[in-house]
Design a protein around this ligand. Structure first.
Ligand code: ATP
Ligand code: MG
Length: 493
């Protein structure tokens, strides 16, 4: 065993002249090469002009590879050499705060990043025995998510919805909320406009979140090859930190575009298309990526990798090929709905279709206790809303029930970049679910709630510290919240 380890350690990648290939065909970022008899799948090869490519397809006499840069300098008949090296990415602590491309090259004009290690972009996921159950939360700061669909460290929670429904916003809010929480955040942009990525970087910077974040960008203008490897490269960076005991959050924005990049490559490589013209292994493509998220056991350092993959749907169709695939690979989904979004209910979380399958174990006791009846109340409200849609004369109880539901919906509205702390969430939930705001005009519910939170901050700050520190909601504190809220509301009458 030690001999194997030593050989691997001392091994130097070299362009082997013994195995030399010839470009047979070139175009669209794909080259077909003959003569590379022993090349491996996933190996990096080098053209005589120094350009690199990744072997993606192995046939009897030829191999197909995807080129990372422009292909116009390569012509048929050019020589190609093996490197014996699988694709990897240089990693180090210095990468934090930087923007890199899919090969780890900095693209923010802030100079080179000194590498500490070289991590392969594809590596097997941690085994079951190396893992621990998900047990700590990753707080998004978004009330509707933390209260009803809590996400645990090591979990994979899909953010899914049509275009322009606030998907990226949910992910970025989560990043912003990790400030001072000791989590390293990696945002992987796949197939987006460069301007969107620049804007996003600006926003992170503005909110002090770039200090603990890394952006891996493969924009729409880059070759499909780079878009294809970007999420794996981002994950390799994440693993570097996770393996050193850190907690990491990674966002893949988005995997629909990733699947399209892979489809392009596969079609160019001449693979036979399957459902929706995607190659047959597109499921494996995403499962081997998302399997790498984990909560490592203490023996393995206790680090974690939480993934928030994003998927774009067409007209809310979650039953299309890529959405169903990824839904089945993840541990739950936050479903964002255009209709809610346009009606001003933002974040536009569809409570009925969203779910978090493992996060409950990680939710703090305080929020769990405070939010216990929220989902049920909202479900009842939705039903009643549909039922009473066309009736004009409603009895008093029904009217109040509807008003209660409308109030809850108001409280779940939240602007971008305004994360709620645990104590704010708990107070909001306790006050709302104890129906203390029923006499407040629906339009003013949000404002009153802010007033109550400020009032508690001023008159009994120990409530806030108690919740934040102990992460529990004891009955006495709950009662005090109710009393103070009533006090505030009475004063204002
Ligand atoms: P795309 O499909 O283009 O990637 P998306 O689903 O990622 O879109 P975002 O870019 O996050 O959506 O948001 C769309 C617009 O809605 C943005 O202008 C954003 O600022 C706004 N928005 C998102 N969330 C909220 C919110 N909670 N409150 C107010 N505005 C929001
Ligand atoms: Mg987006």
């Amino acid at each position: 065993m030690s001999l194997v380890k030593e050989t691997v350690k001392n091994w130097q990648p070299i362009a082997s002249s013994r195995e030399e290939g010839i470009v047979e065909e070139i175009g669209d970022g794909i080259a077909i090469i003959s003569g590379l008899q022993h090349v491996n799948y996933g190996e990096i090869i080098i053209f005589e002009n120094g350009q690199k490519a990744l072997v993606q397809d192995i046939q009897k006499d030829t191999v197909g590879c995807m080129i990372f840069g422009k292909d116009d300098a390569i012509v048929e008949g050019d020589k190609v050499f093996r490197t014996g090296k699988t694709a990897g990415i240089p990693v180090s602590d210095a990468i934090i705060g930087r923007v890199v491309d899919a090969l780890g090259e900095p693209i923010d004009g802030k100079g080179d990043i000194t590498a500490e290690a070289y991590y392969p972009i594809e590596r097997p996921a941690p085994e079951i025995l190396d893992r621990a159950p998900v047990y700590r939360p990753i707080e998004t700061g978004i009330l509707s998510i933390d209260s009803m669909f809590p996400i645990g460290r090591g979990q994979r929670e899909l953010i899914i919805g049509d275009r322009q429904t606030g998907k990226t916003a949910v992910a970025i809010d989560t990043v912003v909320n990790q400030k001072d929480k000791n989590v390293i955040c990696i945002y992987v942009a796949i197939g987006q406009k460069s301007s969107s990525v620049a804007q996003l970087q600006e926003n992170l910077k503005k909110h002090g979140a770039m200090d603990y974040s890394i952006i891996v960008a493969a924009t729409a203008s880059e070759p499909a090859a780079k878009q294809y490897i970007a999420p794996y490269a981002g994950t390799a960076i994440a693993e570097f930190f996770m393996n050193r005991g850190k907690d990491v959050l990674i966002i893949y924005d988005d995997l629909s575009k990733h699947a399209i990049a892979y489809r392009t490559i596969s079609l160019l490589l001449g693979r036979s298309p399957g459902r929706e013209a995607y190659p047959g292994d597109v499921f494996y493509l995403h499962s081997r990526l998302l399997e790498r998220s984990a909560q490592l056991s203490n023996e393995n350092g206790g680090g974690s990798l939480t993934a928030l993959p994003i998927v774009e749907t067409q007209a809310g169709d979650v039953s299309a090929y890529i959405p169903t695939n990824i839904i089945s690979i993840t541990d739950g989904q936050i479903f964002l709905e255009s209709e809610l979004f346009f009606a001003g209910q933002r974040p536009a979380v569809n409570v009925g279709l969203s779910v978090s399958r493992v996060g409950g174990a990680a939710q703090t006791k305080a929020v769990k206790k405070a939010a216990s009846t929220l989902r049920l109340e909202l479900a009842q409200y939705r039903e009643m809303e549909i039922f009473t849609q066309f009736s004009s004369d409603l009895d008093e109880t029904t009217k109040r029930q509807l008003k209660f539901g409308q109030g809850l919906m108001q409280l779940l509205k939240q602007d971008q970049f305004s994360p709620m702390s645990q104590s704010e969430q708990v107070i909001t939930l306790v006050v709302a679910l104890n129906r203390l705001l029923l006499d407040v005009d629906t339009k003013e519910v949000k404002q009153s709630m802010e007033g109550i939170i400020n009032y508690i901050h001023m008159h009994e700050p120990s409530i806030i510290t108690e919740i934040e520190e102990k992460k529990q909601l004891i009955d006495h504190v709950k009662e005090r919240i109710i009393i103070l809220a009533k006090e505030y509301l009475n004063d204002r009458k």
